[in-house]
Design a protein around this ligand. Structure first.
Ligand code: RB5
Length: 142
């Protein structure tokens, strides 16, 4: 189950992400926002972060205008490793090296074509499981 959250700046792109996940048969839970009316990104970042940190959802996707505010907020929750990615290389690397469990993007930064490639890469790439990466991830929580 993938937890989804966005503010008004990410609303349009999130509709594309939802359609894409549906077309691939990937289950998701939508934590809002549910319209393009201006709202506050921390609300949705915290909901998605809690869903992932608690284990209710396996991964999360967050979108605001830049991806910055929503990723900063998500990373305040213990156990969340939220990666702001606007390219496919970073999406792959953050899964392999950081075992990132939440992807953040900026709806005003990337178009849907690239964003959906980033989503696919993030969801499909496994953590490398290499000891050096396990050790570094452990140090994040120290
Ligand atoms: C909203 O205008 C915008 O500030 C927000 O979506 C995000 O970009 C914040 O980091």
């Amino acid at each position: 189950m993938i937890a989804l959250g966005c503010d008004h700046g990410g609303y349009a792109l999130m509709q594309e992400v939802k359609e894409h996940l549906k077309s691939k048969g990937i289950a998701f839970k939508d934590y809002g926002t549910d319209s393009p009316v201006p709202t506050d990104y921390p609300i949705y970042a915290k909901k998605v972060a809690k869903a992932v940190a608690s284990g209710r959802c396996e991964k999360g996707i967050l979108i605001c205008g830049t991806g910055i505010g929503i990723s900063i907020t998500a990373n305040k929750t213990k156990g969340i490793r939220c990666a702001l990615c606007h390219d496919v290389f970073s999406a792959e690397a953050t899964r392999q090296h950081n075992d990132a469990n939440v992807l953040a993007m900026g709806g005003r930064v990337v178009g849907p074509g690239l964003a959906l490639m980033i989503v696919d890469t993030f969801l499909a790439t496994p953590f490398s499981g290499e000891e050096r990466h396990i050790n570094r991830i452990a140090q994040i929580e120290e």
